[in-house]
Design a protein around this ligand. Structure first.
Ligand SMILES: NC(=O)c1ccc[n+]([C@@H]2O[C@H](COP(=O)([O-])OP(=O)(O)OC[C@H]3O[C@@H](n4cnc5c(N)ncnc54)[C@H](OP(=O)(O)O)[C@@H]3O)[C@@H](O)[C@H]2O)c1
Length: 324
């Protein structure tokens, strides 16, 4: 089969389409003929740091954390999926390929009303938001949630999920075009962080939960605007992962500071997340309360251009790679 490989650490040009053996599903896995693969910020970071993240994989590291497609084979122990099922799936790597083998329990049916291609934009965002905001952060209907980076793949999905959950949502973005988009989607209270200081504008809002991927000096500002018993959740620290905070802010308001990486979670944890999102979030897709926001699709062989677009930061929502 054809797959895009990270041939060495470097810029987008190190992504090369090459022939590679088609994976064979293990007993608890299914083989998916990929229709589309989501491009994530994490793929860019992996590509830039293959010497760290790709140890032992030689030139065989195929990026890609999520796909959609049709099941073409099932392992001996698989009873919940069949050949011909249309699914989307969370995977640890290998999505930029014609075929991928994945644990059956990490596949979910394509939600009603969502195209097979667009479904590739769902797993990474929904799993990440569920695990952090709803599981670790215990977001409750009626609470206030701030997600920084509102037009990221994570932001566009997380804000919709929380709004449909009955929460008041707040978000930040860095350009007027992005602000206009978020307003057109009615995704809560929005500010351009390049023009206004969120910690001033929302000083009195008493936010219950914050999902942040910025880190750095945002951390103390986030803590400062949290309500009593507020929860601050980290999924990245794009500005900096080394921060200075005043512990008195945490102690005086009984705050919780936590976060996670989805990729290294155990198969069991990912299975549990899949079960939870199918129960609680899939009905929101069926009711048309939420949908993935797709900015642009590229053919698989143009993966380097897809990475260039992601690095430009101009996208709103998700970037996908598609296969015929
Ligand atoms: N921990 C996990 O398991 C996990 C899983 C998935 C994603 N993530 C992380 O979540 C983030 C979003 O992922 P994605 O794939 O959706 O990426 P993405 O679409 O490229 O989004 C990145 C976002 O970060 C915002 N941003 C960058 N610098 C900022 C700053 N200084 N202040 C405020 N916002 C800033 C950008 O918005 P502006 O252009 O408006 O600045 C953009 O919306 C990434 O950092 C990714 O690594 C973590």
């Amino acid at each position: 089969m054809k797959a895009v490989h990270i041939t060495r650490s470097g810029g987008p040009e190190v992504l090369q389409l090459q022939e590679t053996p088609t994976p064979v599903p293990e007993a608890d896995q299914v083989l998916i003929k990929v229709k589309a693969a989501g491009v994530n910020r994490s793929d860019v970071i992996t590509r830039q740091n293959t010497d760290t993240y790709g140890k032992g994989t030689g030139d065989n590291l195929i990026p890609g954390l999520e796909v959609s497609g049709m099941i073409t084979a099932v392992g001996d122990r698989v009873t919940d999926k069949q050949v011909g099922d249309a699914v989307c799936a969370l995977i640890a790597s290998g999505g930029y390929a014609e075929y991928v083998a994945v644990d059956s329990s990490h596949c979910l049916p394509v939600p009603e009303g969502i195209s097979l291609t667009d479904a590739a934009a769902i797993p990474e965002t929904v799993f990440t938001v569920w695990f952090n905001v709803f599981h670790l952060g215990k977001l409750q209907p009626g609470e206030k949630l701030l997600i920084h980076g509102g037009t990221s793949g994570i932001g566009t999905m997380g804000l919709q999920m929380a709004k449909a959950w009955g929460c008041t949502v707040y978000t930040t973005a860095g350009s007027d075009a992005k602000i206009a988009f978020l307003n057109s989607m009615h995704l809560g209270k929005v500010i351009n962080y390049k023009k206004e200081a969120f910690e001033e504008v929302w000083k009195a809002e008493k936010i219950d939960v914050i999902l942040d991927m910025v880190g750095g000096d945002y951390t103390q500002k986030n803590l400062a605007i949290l309500n009593k018993k507020g929860r601050l959740l980290y999924i990245n620290g794009m500005k900096s992962t080394e921060v200075t905070i005043d512990l008195r802010t945490i102690m005086s308001k009984n705050l919780t500071l936590t976060g996670s990486f989805l990729k290294p979670q155990s198969a069991e944890v990912k299975t549990r997340i899949a079960q939870d999102v199918e129960e609680h979030i899939w009905p929101l897709f069926h009711a048309k309360q939420i949908h993935p926001v797709i900015y642009k699709t590229f053919p698989l062989e143009e993966a380097a251009d897809a990475h260039r677009l992601m690095e430009s930061g101009e996208h709103i929502g998700k970037i996908l790679l598609t296969l015929d």
